[in-house]
Ligand binder design. Sequence first.
Ligand code: THU
Length: 143
Amino acid sequence: MPDKVSEYVLQQLRTAAMSALENAYAPYSLYPVAAALLTTQGKIVQGCNIENAAYPSGLCAEASAIAQLVSSSGYQRIRAVYVLCAADEPAWPCGSCRQRLNEFADPELEVYAATQNGILQRADFIDLFPHSFGPANLRGGEK
Ligand code: THU
């Protein structure tokens, strides 16, 4: 099993996600979500869900965090993602966001799913998104 990020880094991810959760714009679902990403270079960025009156135009927290990462720093591999929600049960990334994460995923990408009230679950991304279609398919196998 890949190494886990340290407890210290996990707390940094939680702090970043907590701050983004305050900015979540979820007036339709009333389901605020935040995501914090850790890159292999040690950068942490955060995002939140941003809903829209035209529902399909809404953005998931993971998607907004990836947009923040790439627009601020360009391409970096994602080593950990921390998804924080205000509900009683944690939320795992949706199918579309698994595909989005896959584009930037370090082979050891860890996924943490947490609630505000202290539930924390963990999975290896490879177990959440096996047999994926990704960059290697379009680059003749190069990762
Ligand atoms: N949502 C996320 O932002 N991330 C997830 O991992 C699950 C779902 C958002 C999308 C929508 O704004 C709300 O949660 C309800 O689906």
